[in-house]
Design a protein around this ligand. Structure first.
Ligand SMILES: Cc1cc2nc3c(=O)[nH]c(=O)nc-3n(C[C@H](O)[C@H](O)[C@H](O)COP(=O)(O)OP(=O)(O)OC[C@H]3O[C@@H](n4cnc5c(N)ncnc54)[C@H](O)[C@@H]3O)c2cc1C
Length: 425
C-alpha cells in the first residue's frame, strides 16, 4: 500500500473550500490526500467575481426578492432564471427558500451569516502569507451603484447596511466620479464598502493554494469519489479515474482513511445521500464574461442590474446572474453576453468582450437558508462537512477551513457551529 491508500485525512473536492481545508490540515501536520475529479480550482471557484463580500449579511430569500420573482423568471436573460424543464425539480428547494422570508427566520439567518462574515477576512489575512498569495488580493473596498434618479432605493439599502452594523459610506455623484472616473453619468450615486477586498484572479489563487499544499507534502489525486463506505479502518472511498488522464502509477481504485472532509461544492449532497443524509443543495448557476479593458479600481455592483464588475489581471470580469437548470445541463452563454450590455450602460467608454477568453459558467452550491453545512456528520465519526457556500465561497473558504480543521483536530472551533449543522433540515 502506498501513502495515498493509507491517508490520515482525505479531502474530497479541490475547489477553494477543499484547497483551503487541505492546506490547513497539512499545515497542522496531518498527512492529507486531496481528491478531485477535475484539476484543482476547476469548478465554481475558477471563475467567480473575486469579491470577498463580507458586507453580504442578508439571507438571499427576502420579501424584496420574492416581489421581483415573477418578472425575473419570465426573462431568459434576466438576473434570475428557472429553466422551464427544471421547474418541478427545483420546486422543493424554492418552497424551502420562500419559507425563510419570515421576519424571525431572517433575523436568525442574518446573525449566522454575520458571524461568518465578521471572521472571514481575518482568516484570509492569516492564510494568504502562508500560501505566498498576498499579491493576489487587493484591499480597495467595493461599490454598490444605482442609476435611479433620487436614489430612493439605494438610500433604503444604505440604512439596511447601517442597521446591520456594516461599515458604509454614501457617495454622491461627484464624489463617486472622483473615486471611479470610468463610470458613466447614468450612475447617480453609490454605497461604498471600505472594508472589503477582491482577488485579481480566483483561479490563480486556487493554483497558489494547491502549490503550497503540494510543497508541504500534500498529495493530490485526480479521481472522482463514487462512494464512501464504512470499513474496519474507518472508511473506504471507491474511486474512478477519467481514462483521458495520464496516471503516474497503477491508479488505485480504492482509498482507506479514518477521517475525511466533504468539500465537493454543488455535488456534495450526492456523497451525503450515499451516507443517508438528505441535504437540499441546489446548483445556482452563474456566468462571467471578460472584457478587453480594465477601467475600474475596485468591484462595482449594480443595484438595479444585479451584476458585478471586478478589475482582474486579464481585464474587467462581468459576473453574476442566477440560473436554476440542474448541475449537468448545458450552460446558456447568452446569459454571459447580456452582462456586456449592462456594463456598457454603466461605463463612460464602451468596452468589448475579450475574444481570447471564453465566457464561463459555474454552479454555486446553495442551500435554501443561505447558510453552509459545517461540522461533523452526526452518525459517522470521522466524517466532516464543509460545503454549501452559496454566493460566498471565496469569502468564507479560509474561515471554514480553520473551523473544520479545529473540529477534526479535536479543538474547540472559534465559532458556534450549531446554525450550520447538517441535521437542521
Ligand atoms: C458567477 C459567480 C460569481 C461568484 N462571485 C463570488 C464572489 O465574488 N465572492 C464569493 O465569495 N463567492 C462568489 N461566488 C461563489 C463561489 O464561487 C462558490 O461559493 C465557491 O466557488 C464554492 O467553492 P467550492 O470549493 O465549494 O466548490 P467548487 O469550486 O465547485 O469545487 C468543488 C470541487 O469538487 C469536485 N467534486 C465534486 N464531486 C466530487 C467527487 N465525487 N469526487 C471528487 N471530486 C468531486 C469538483 O470537481 C470541484 O472541483 C460566485 C459564483 C459564481 C458562479
Amino acid at each position: 500500500m502506498n501513502i495515498a491508500s493509507q491517508a490520515k485525512v482525505a479531502v474530497i473536492g479541490a475547489g477553494i473550500v477543499g484547497l483551503t481545508t487541505a492546506l490547513q490540515l497539512q499545515r497542522a501536520g496531518l498527512s492529507v490526500v486531496l481528491l478531485d475529479a477535475q484539476g484543482p480550482g476547476s469548478g465554481c471557484s475558477r471563475g467567480n467575481a473575486g469579491h470577498f463580500a463580507t458586507e453580504q449579511v442578508f439571507p438571499l430569500a427576502s420579501i424584496a426578492v420574492l416581489r421581483q420573482l415573477p418578472a425575473m423568471l419570465l426573462d431568459p436573460t434576466g438576473p434570475l432564471r428557472l429553466r422551464a424543464g427544471y421547474f418541478f425539480k427545483a420546486l422543493p428547494w424554492l418552497l424551502r427558500f420562500v419559507a425563510n422570508v419570515r421576519p424571525a427566520r431572517q433575523q436568525a439567518l442574518q446573525q449566522a451569516l454575520s458571524a461568518l462574515n465578521a471572521q472571514a477576512l481575518p482568516a484570509w489575512q492569516r492564510l494568504l502569507p502562508q500560501a505566498e498569495a498576498t499579491d493576489l488580493v487587493t484591499f480597495r473596498g467595493a461599490l454598490l451603484v444605482s442609476e435611479q434618479p433620487g436614489l430612493i432605493n439605494l438610500a433604503q439599502t444604505f440604512r439596511q447596511y447601517q442597521d446591520a452594523g456594516i461599515m458604509v459610506n454614501w457617495l454622491e455623484q461627484a464624489a463617486l466620479r472622483s473615486r471611479e472616473p470610468a463610470l458613466s453619468t447614468a450612475v447617480q450615486g453609490a454605497i461604498e464598502f471600505p472594508d472589503v477586498a477582491h482577488t485579481v484572479d480566483p483561479y490563480v489563487l486556487c493554483l497558489r493554494l494547491h502549490q503550497q499544499f503540494i510543497a508541504l507534502g500534500g498529495l493530490f489525486r485526480q479521481q472522482q469519489v463514487q462512494r464512501i463506505r464504512p470499513c474496519n479502518s474507518g472508511y473506504q472511498l471507491d474511486l474512478t479515474t477519467d481514462p483521458k488522464i495520464p496516471q503516474s502509477g497503477p491508479g488505485e481504485l480504492t482509498l482507506q482513511t479514518s477521517k475525511l472532509v466533504i468539500c465537493a461544492g454543488a455535488a456534495s449532497h450526492q456523497l451525503c445521500a450515499e451516507l443517508g443524509y438528505r441535504v437540499p443543495l441546489e446548483a445556482e448557476r452563474g456566468y462571467h464574461l471578460m472584457t478587453q479593458s480594465r477601467p475600474l479600481q475596485c468591484p462595482v455592483s449594480s443595484l438595479e442590474r444585479k451584476f458585478i464588475m471586478t478589475p482582474m489581471q486579464h481585464g474587467l470580469r462581468l459576473a453574476g446572474t442566477v440560473e436554476f437548470a440542474g448541475i449537468n445541463s448545458a450552460p446558456d452563454y447568452r446569459r454571459a453576453s447580456v452582462l456586456l450590455q449592462h456594463a456598457n450602460q454603466l461605463l463612460a467608454e464602451p468596452t468589448s468582450a475579450n475574444p481570447a477568453l471564453e465566457p464561463w459558467a459555474g454552479n454555486r452550491p446553495s442551500l435554501p437558508d443561505s447558510l453552509p453545512v459545517l461540522g461533523q456528520a452526526p452518525r459517522h465519526p470521522g466524517i466532516y462537512l464543509n460545503f454549501g457556500h452559496q454566493h460566498l465561497g471565496l469569502t468564507w473558504a479560509a474561515l471554514t477551513a480553520e473551523l473544520t480543521s479545529a473540529l477534526l483536530l479535536g479543538q474547540t472551533p472559534g465559532l458556534d457551529l450549531s446554525p450550520y449543522r447538517i441535521d437542521r433540515f
